[in-house]
Design a binder for this molecule. Structure first.
Ligand SMILES: NC(=O)c1ccc[n+]([C@@H]2O[C@H](COP(=O)([O-])OP(=O)(O)OC[C@H]3O[C@@H](n4cnc5c(N)ncnc54)[C@H](OP(=O)(O)O)[C@@H]3O)[C@@H](O)[C@H]2O)c1
Length: 125
């Protein structure tokens, strides 16, 4: 097949890909053949994500703390010029499940992780 006829696979950037929903999204996109830019705060410690990336060469790991402007800016510089087709801005916390009672949810950290995130992403591209 000539190079020009090859299908160019799209790219997805997933925040919070070290576990939970983000890790599963990363796995499924990688298995579909997408280029997966997986992020979490400490890629060196994200063993499940690292194992996944070893099986999928089209996956890259990047450090990103969505609450830190410096971290967001740094990744924006690294990815400057990279086309991102889908952003899954998943990083954050859900709180302890036993505290998720209507009218009394235990999401004290939610505004810190989620409140500014869309603004940070838009600001830093
Ligand atoms: N699970 C549910 O039933 C449910 C329901 C509704 C909404 N959600 C939302 O879906 C998202 C994922 O939920 P989950 O259950 O998969 O959560 P999880 O298992 O706790 O995973 C959270 C992910 O976010 C990352 N993360 C946490 N703080 C971060 C920060 N400051 N900067 C960058 N990454 C950070 C963690 O990576 P590191 O700690 O390795 O950096 C981890 O990969 C959350 O936004 C949650 O609020 C989940």
């Amino acid at each position: 097949m000539p190079d020009c006829a090859r299908e160019v696979m799209p790219t997805v950037l997933i925040t919070g890909a070290s576990r939970g929903l983000g890790l599963e999204f990363a796995r499924q996109y990688a298995e579909l053949g997408w280029h997966v830019l997986s992020t979490c705060r400490e890629p060196d410690r994200a063993s499940a994500l690292r194992e996944l990336s070893e099986r999928h060469p089209s996956m890259c790991l990047h450090a990103l703390d969505v609450t830190q402007d410096k971290s967001v800016r740094s990744l924006a510089e690294v990815l400057d010029g990279t086309t991102i087709d889908v952003l899954l801005n998943n990083a954050g916390i859900a709180g302890r499940i036993d505290r998720q009672v209507t009218g009394r949810s235990g999401l004290s950290g939610w505004p810190r992780n989620h409140g500014d995130q869309p603004v940070r992403s838009a600001t830093h591209g």
